[in-house]
Design a protein. Structure first.
Length: 162
């Protein structure tokens, strides 16, 4: 079996090729249901983030919900949401099919890292909450409920020196 077609059931997916175009390079985050990798889109020659759902995570209803949420996410354009670029499923065996969601790769810190970094002034705290609520509002207007909202899943990026 080639490097890109090895079993995806292992913890380390670096080097795996998904959808014939997304080469997973480095693990950037992991949770109860998925791992997020920095990856290279070989077709467009750009770096992306790829969220790969664990093989044991979704049942059929969860799988359908995840796919629907990714499709809705792809239709949204909001400055406080990470853009969804692609959605796929990689079947390496009948019992090992993985959903994956390709997103824009953003550089920043998690809200947890910002909080642990020390005191946050009230103006910055207010701005962070406003950005968070604006993104959640956009999701809710589209009928999506974020099912895993926590500081580790909120990315704080700096734009324009802010």
């Amino acid at each position: 079996m080639s490097e890109s077609r090895r079993s995806l059931t292992g913890a380390d997916l670096r080097g795996v090729l998904l959808g014939g175009r997304y080469r997973l390079e480095a693990l950037v985050g992991a949770g109860a249901t998925a791992q997020v990798y920095a990856a290279l889109d070989l077709r467009l020659r750009r770096r992306v983030a790829v969220k790969v759902v664990h093989a044991s995570a979704p049942d059929d209803d969860q799988r359908a919900r995840l796919m629907q949420e990714a499709l809705v996410g792809a239709s949204l354009s909001h400055p406080n949401l990470t853009p969804v670029l692609d959605l796929g499923e990689e079947a390496l065996a009948p019992d090992d099919a993985r959903l994956y969601v390709v997103m824009l790769l953003l550089e920043g810190e998690t809200l947890r890292q910002v909080i642990l970094g020390g005191a946050i002034g009230w103006r910055r705290a207010l701005a962070l909450v406003q950005h968070l609520l604006a993104g959640l509002g956009a999701l809710h207007r589209a009928g999506v409920i974020h099912r895993d909202l926590k500081p580790e899943n909120c990315l704080v990026i700096r734009q324009g020196g802010r």
